[in-house]
Structure formats: structure tokens, C-alpha cells
Write a protein that binds this ligand. Structure first.
Ligand SMILES: [Zn+2]
Length: 440
């Protein structure tokens, strides 16, 4: 028996001896560094696993036998739990989830990067800024909404929109892009411009911006639904601009990107609008993925803060889901309802917007809803779409499902497997450059 050990031992030594050679090949000049210079954090607000699955079938080419992969399938690396601090139970809101993702600490629902005792918690963007990196946010909600707010500010309540907007003056972030004109008074804007920020409100003016610092507010509150302006590609355009501005810093940058309105469509239980938001978030991920390919020192990490709406792919007892109907819907239920309320030829207009002929039963239901006003009409349109597509929803709020984690670039393997949302932040903190030791 003993002689069998000798060849194994020799083989072992051989492996040991050859290891340095492999290591040399791996650490050659073409290999990406183990620690990223730039980090892009992307959050699909409310984007639980049902959204990425639904999006796959929504994008499936019906002319091929296979179901094509999406960017989400390509970049998937792990899962994350989302529960907030125990005082708020197991189902998080966007504020507590964003606090966890921005600081690595769980807090109560409503908290903007303060702990359960309402004490401020340092955020990834603040730490990055203190280390000499550039920072920015590009979102489709107002820029002072819960998710971006938790990366930039500290407040005991997400509802204190004005105070959060005011506190952005102190962040020294380089790029703010999104909605929220309503929260920035002329006096506050003057303070931003006095600090060297260019302030723009027209989307087309984005092209004229060549330097940070910029405060781009392109809507009163949130940006329009992506499905209502199919060619605009706003989030991907904002993100492309943010990348080009922030990458001017040789020391690196941290950028937060949020597909904020996936969640809002989920709260509305509006599947067609949710898929429109998913499509633009997917476009945006591809923009960042391209940047990572061209800049191998950039890490991208994508996740959701929680799951919204309890979206179900298949409903009503049927073994089916019919996204081909969704592909033909040309506007959000909000926009379709508005047109139907005010138009004379509403049945024909609505059928055109939906891309299918309405049945007698559907016309009867919609007619009753139309008499009751805009919101009831929008809900009735969503119900027609849900029934035709076999889409289900369990709530107008959030659910406690784990969410997916996607990553690419240096150290992306850190995010493999199961983790907690606070772990995501703590891993990112660990990847920031170490503070330079003062010379003694
Ligand atoms: Zn939400």
C-alpha cells in the first residue's frame, strides 16, 4: 500500500512547483486588478426575481425555439436577504433596504442612513468621497427619494424630502441626475450654483455638460414612464453621462444607478409599465457592462432593494403567461386611462393603445369604470391586461422575498452565493481604497 503514496507525493510537489508559473500567467498585464478602481452600484427598485423572469419571457423571440438569455441571466451571481431591523419585522421598505445597501447596517422602515437610535451611519458614497473618489447618482425617481437619499444623506424619515434635498449641499457629490425639481427652491438652487454646480432641467442640455459638478433635474418629481416615451432611453443616457463625467477622476469613482420606477409600476400592479421600466433598466445595465469591458478596473454590482407587488407569472389557475400581449401595448395604463376618460372614440383608441380588440364583456366593465374617473379606469385597464396575460399580484405593497445579486468586474466573485443586503455594502466598503497613512 505504501508505494502508492510516493507517486502522489511527487505529483503533489509537481503541482506545488508549477503553481508560481500559473500565478505569473494570471497576474500578467492583461489581467484585471483584484481591487476595482471604480464601482457602479445598480438597484432595480422592487425588482424581485419574478421581474427578471417575466422580463426574459417578455423579451423572448417567439420565432426561435429557445428562450434567449437576458443581461440578468448573464450577470447573475447570488442572492440577498432584505429584512430590515427587527423593530420593522421581515418586510422592508425602500429606505431601510437602501440604508442596509449604503451603510451595511439594518435599520427601521423609513430610516435614511440612520440607525434604530436615529444616529447617522457613514455611507459608501461618503466614504468614497472622503478618500478622494468622485461620486454620483443617476435615478428615475426624484433624486431625494429613499434609495438615492440613503446613499447621500441622513434623516430619521424618508418623508422629509425638503430636508434631504437641503442636505445634498453638504455631500459634495459630483453628479446628481434624475427628477425632483419640486424639492429644489430657487434659493437652494442658488446655493448649489454658488458651490460650482451646473444646474440643468432640459434633458437635451445633458449633452452640453462636459465637467462635473452637475445637478440635473429633469422632472417635477419622477421621470416619465419608459413605456410612454419608448425612444427616450433616459436612464441609460443619464448613466452614460454620469460614467463619462465621473471617470475624469484618475483616483476612481462610485456611482449609484437606480431603476426607481420598476417599484412604482409594481405598486400600481401595472405589468406592461413594469416591463417597460425593466427594459430601460436592462439597457442601462448593458451601458455599464460595456463600460466595464472597456475599463477592466471597474466593478458593477446590481441588486434589488426588495420585491414589490407579489408579481406572479401565471395566474387564474392557468398554466400560461402571455407576454406577447404586453409587447404590443403602447402606453402605461395611466396614459391609456387619461386618453379614454377624455376621448369620444375611447373604445377604438383604447383598443389601439392596447394592441387588441376589446371583448363585449371588457367594454362593459371598462365603461362602468370610466364613469368613476381616472384612477378607477386605470385599475380596470390593468385588470383587463392581467386577465389576458395571466399575470397575478398579491399586494400593492412589498413582499419579503430574497432578491438576486448580479456582478461583473474585479472582485465580482465576492458576491457569489447567499448573502444579506448588509453584506453587499460591507463587501463594497472593503473594496474602497485604504486611507493613506500620514507620514510620520
Ligand atoms: Zn416600493
Amino acid at each position: 500500500m505504501s508505494f502508492t503514496k510516493a507517486p502522489l507525493l511527487l505529483l503533489g510537489i509537481g503541482l506545488l512547483l508549477s503553481t508560481p508559473t500559473w500565478a505569473n500567467i494570471e497576474t500578467g498585464p492583461t489581467k484585471a486588478p483584484s481591487r476595482p478602481k471604480n464601482i457602479v452600484i445598480m438597484i432595480g427598485d422592487g425588482m424581485g426575481p419574478a421581474y427578471t423572469s417575466a422580463y426574459r419571457y417578455y423579451k423572448d423571440n417567439p420565432d426561435t425555439e429557445e428562450v434567449e438569455q437576458t443581461v440578468f441571466d448573464r450577470l447573475l451571481v447570488g442572492m440577498a436577504s432584505t429584512y430590515p431591523a427587527s423593530v420593522s419585522g421581515y418586510v422592508t421598505d425602500s429606505a431601510a433596504a437602501a440604508t442596509a445597501l449604503a451603510t451595511g447596517v439594518k435599520s427601521y422602515n423609513g430610516a435614511i442612513s440612520v440607525d434604530p437610535q436615529k444616529q447617522p451611519l457613514p455611507t459608501i458614497l461618503e466614504k468614497a468621497k472622503a478618500l478622494g473618489l468622485s461620486t454620483g447618482v443617476a435615478v428615475t425617481s426624484q433624486i431625494n427619494h429613499a434609495t438615492p437619499a440613503a446613499f447621500l444623506a441622513h434623516n430619521e424619515s424618508r418623508k422629509n424630502y425638503d430636508a434631504i434635498a437641503l442636505s445634498y449641499l453638504e455631500t459634495n457629490a459630483d453628479v446628481f441626475l434624475g427628477g425632483g425639481q419640486k424639492y429644489f427652491s430657487p434659493e437652494l438652487l442658488a446655493q448649489f450654483t454658488a458651490k460650482g454646480y451646473q444646474h440643468i432641467t432640459r434633458f437635451d442640455d445633458l449633452a452640453t455638460i462636459t465637467q462635473p459638478k452637475v445637478l440635473g433635474l429633469f422632472a417635477e418629481v419622477q421621470l416619465p414612464w419608459a413605456i410612454d416615451e419608448k425612444e427616450a432611453k433616459k436612464l441609460s443616457t443619464l448613466t452614460q453621462k454620469a460614467l463619462s463625467l465621473l471617470s475624469q477622476n484618475e483616483q476612481g469613482f462610485v456611482l449609484l444607478v437606480e431603476g426607481s420606477l420598476i417599484d412604482w409600476a409594481g405598486h400600481n400592479n401595472d405589468i406592461a409599465t413594469a416591463m417597460g421600466e425593466m427594459d430601460e433598466f436592462s439597457n442601462t445595465i448593458e451601458v455599464v457592462e460595456q463600460f466595464v469591458r472597456q475599463n477592466p478596473d471597474t466593478l458593477m454590482v446590481i441588486t434589488a432593494d426588495h420585491n414589490t407587488g407579489g408579481l406572479s407569472i401565471g395566474a387564474n389557475g392557468n398554466y400560461s403567461w402571455n407576454p406577447e400581449i404586453l409587447r404590443n401595448i403602447s402606453a402605461s395604463s395611466d396614459t391609456l386611462a387619461l386618453a379614454a376618460i377624455s376621448g369620444e372614440q375611447w373604445q377604438a383608441d383604447l383598443a389601439r393603445g392596447l394592441g387588441f380588440e376589446l371583448s363585449e364583456e371588457e367594454v362593459t366593465t371598462l365603461n362602468v369604470a370610466r364613469m368613476q374617473g381616472l384612477e378607477t379606469m386605470a385599475v380596470a385597464i390593468r385588470h383587463v391586461i392581467d386577465k389576458r396575460t395571466d399575470t397575478g399580484w398579491t399586494t400593492s405593497g412589498h413582499t419579503g422575498l430574497d432578491v438576486q445579486v448580479f456582478a461583473a468586474g474585479p472582485a465580482s466573485e465576492l458576491f457569489n452565493g447567499h448573502q444579506d443586503n448588509t453584506d453587499i455594502a460591507n463587501k463594497i466598503f472593503s473594496l474602497l481604497p485604504k486611507p493613506k497613512k500620514p507620514k510620520s
